[in-house]
Design a protein around this ligand. Structure first.
Ligand code: GLU
Length: 418
């Protein structure tokens, strides 16, 4: 079945909010207050590229809510990063930072572009121009960008450098920086590690043994790679991985190191060779025979057209909003457990928070300390979600939203109209 056309991503996130707001019996006025973005910035970004052509890109920064602290969220460089998508991702950051108890609000930014089509010099100039446009709106106590799809430590370094030209040396304005510029140990692997901690915690509740569990991973970027690696280290068998070019399926299990090497060498996971492995279309990943499915690519990957084909018992959402609400209903009915994005992929922003804390205190933490503190955050959040799930007799996603919405609503109430 083909993928149905997608409604507004922001409205879709607000439907998830509404379910929690219903359970919490929030007033209409409160719902409007908590869903309306605090501030939105859209900028024109002209670039006279190295090939002599003039390109005009659009950049966005949506600051969704700051009731619980300065706003936090990544910067995405992707052709689909339009205002609606960035708004949806900003709202998810508000709920994500709240559910894991970080002292932050939510924001997200992006440039609607294909970074793979840009030379390194063009990427740097575009990034610096974007940072110039945002400079008056962001700051270590206001809004702290970080990495997301299509951006990396090098891009974060340019942003920090550009902001520092206006405000003095300010490592705390951006996270996901290189270690040499105040980046944190463990930031790169953080989302995958956090997802692993979440899976490790829920598995016993489902009677699922990780040793020998079969895992399929959609997307082999930063999140997919590290999630696969930590799950494999815990004894899971990674039976299928996909990227934009296709799926590689190996029922006996893939070697993650060799897979990464093949992906880096040939540009795609489909270059991997191994006994009993076959190449399939990228859509086939979702219906793989497996126990755990990790969507770690774009939003909307699990939809009404493919949710019924899923064979996994557990879906751990490495991506942001990979499951549409229609698919959620189908999965609920089929008793497939979904560990929701706002919890399952919160490891990234959590270690970004640790990075910011280290920057503000001019301290360095060891890799062991980062991992221990991340483990603690993921455990505490799981306990809160599990409690809300019992209290409201609901699913894991709604329970996570209940925890988050309750915290933000309470902070907003206590601060008054600000
Ligand atoms: N991009 C990450 C996310 O979607 C986090 C960005 C950050 O570290 O601020 O959660």
């Amino acid at each position: 079945m083909s993928k149905p056309s997608r409604p507004s991503a922001f409205e879709t996130v607000n439907r998830l909010f509404d379910k929690a707001a219903d359970l919490l019996e929030l007033s209409e006025e409160k719902r409007v207050e908590l869903t309306t973005p605090y501030r939105e910035l859209m900028v024109r970004l002209p670039l006279l590229s190295e090939d002599g052509k003039l390109h005009v890109f659009r950049g966005y920064r949506v600051q969704h809510d700051n009731s619980r602290g300065p706003m936090k969220g990544g910067i995405r460089y992707h052709p689909d990063a339009d205002l609606d998508e960035v708004r949806a991702l900003a709202a998810l950051m508000t709920w994500k930072t709240a559910v894991v108890g970080l002292p932050y609000g939510g924001a997200k930014g992006g440039i609607q572009c294909d970074p793979r089509q840009l030379s390194t010099l063009d990427l740097e100039r575009l990034t610096r121009r974007f940072a110039q446009r945002m400079e008056g709106f962001i700051g270590p106590r206001e809004d702290i960008p970080g990495p997301d799809m299509g951006t990396n430590a090098r891009i974060m370094a340019w942003m920090m450098d550009e902001y520092s030209k206006f405000h003095g040396y300010s490592p705390g304005v951006v996270t996901g920086k290189p270690l040499e510029l105040g980046g944190s140990q463990g930031r790169e692997s953080a989302t995958g590690r956090g997802l692993f901690f979440a899976v490790e915690r829920i598995a016993p509740e489902l009677g699922l043994a990780l040793d020998g569990a079969r895992v399929a991973v959609q997307g082999f970027g930063n999140v997919g790679y590290w999630a696969a690696r930590f799950l494999a280290d815990a004894g899971c068998r990674i039976v299928a991985v996909s990227d934009i070019d296709g799926t590689i399926r190996c029922p006996d299990g893939l070697d993650i190191g060799a897979l990464r090497e093949a992906a880096q060498r040939a540009g795609s996971v489909t270059a991997y060779e191994g006994p009993g492995c076959e190449r399939l279309d990228r859509e086939e990943l979702i219906s793989s025979d497996c126990d755990i499915l990790v969507p770690a690519a774009l939003g909307g990957a699990i939809h009404a057209g493919n949710a019924a084909d899923i064979k996994a018992k557990l879906i751990a959402e490495g991506a942001n909003h990979p499951t549409t609400p229609e698919a959620d209903e189908i999965l609920l009915e089929r008793e497939v457990t979904v560990l929701p994005d706002i919890y399952a992929n919160a490891g990234g922003v959590t270690v970004s928070y640790f990075e910011w804390v280290q920057n503000l205190q001019q301290m360095r933490w060891s890799a062991e300390r980062v991992d221990d503190e991340l483990h603690q955050v993921m455990q505490t959040a799981f306990d809160a979600i599990k409690k809300a799930r019992g209290e409201f007799d609901t699913d894991w996603r709604a329970a996570a939203f209940v925890v988050a919405v309750r915290r933000v609503a309470e902070a907003a109430r206590l601060r008054g109209l600000h």
